[in-house]
Design a protein around this ligand. Structure first.
Ligand SMILES: [Zn+2]
Length: 234
């Protein structure tokens, strides 16, 4: 009861600003194994966008979301779409839909997965990493923001400070070199972090960092610990 009341009180003094959704793959045919929960169909994506628009959410880029979070107020709740890892289907299947509907989105790319230099071990028989030319094509569209998601997708919280620094800083540097501009946003692989991780993303000059644990974005939220809601298709 006390917990409930505390949460109620917290929510009253920290009004809802918006929601950040976490997605991975968009595929025509979902797989049967445990990767199924990482996959949604094009129709489910369109339906989700429709539903949030009907609830009067406004779709914004991660930059605009950060702006709203920093100001701590908004007239209309925001909805921010994010994709993790960097799958080629984000370009082939999700992008045409988002382009048609005018929905901004962010892709957090694990740099080792680009052109399949490092395999995604949870899809051992497929080469699903985004290709450099697709990433560059997305990057020139103002609808798309490219963020960093480490070099090799480790759990950062069990690495040493030096190892964490390398994973975080090198992924940022690589992307910046390839894209020719700064990369300002980060998401934690597996949603895992510790107090060192937060210091490193701050030191690396990221403007925001997102974890993978559910929750809405409210006034006063830590910009380096923004919650996301995983979009799951039943
Ligand atoms: Zn990931």
């Amino acid at each position: 009861m006390i917990g409930y009341l505390q949460r109620k009180l917290h929510n009253l003094t920290h009004p809802l600003l918006g929601r950040i959704l976490m997605l991975h793959r968009v595929v025509e045919q979902r797989s049967e194994g445990e990767n199924r929960e990482l996959e949604i169909t094009p129709n489910f994506l369109k339906q989700t966008i429709d539903d949030y628009r009907n609830q009067n959410y406004r779709f914004v880029s991660i930059d605009e979301a950060c702006d709203i979070i920093t100001k701590g107020k908004t007239k209309q709740h925001f909805l921010c779409l994010t994709f993790d890892d960097g799958y080629q289907d984000n370009y082939d299947i999700a992008y045409p839909i988002l382009k048609e509907l005018g929905v901004p989105f962010t892709i957090y790319v694990t740099t080792g997965f680009i052109d399949n230099r490092v395999p995604m071990w949870w899809y051992p028989h497929e080469q699903l990493g985004i290709r450099t030319e697709s990433l560059k094509a997305l990057d020139v569209d103002p609808l798309c923001t490219i963020g960093a998601h480490t070099v090799s997708h480790p759990r950062l919280d069990i690495l040493t400070v030096e190892e964490q620094c390398k994973e975080i800083a090198v992924s940022k540097e690589n992307l910046e070199q390839w894209l020719g501009h700064s990369v300002a946003h980060f998401s934690y692989p597996h949603g895992a972090y510790n107090k060192d991780t937060l210091q490193i993303v701050h030191k690396c000059d990221f403007h925001s960092a997102l974890h993978a644990w559910g929750g809405t974005v409210r006034r006063g939220d830590n910009i380096y610990l923004l919650p996301r809601i995983e979009l799951r298709q039943p």
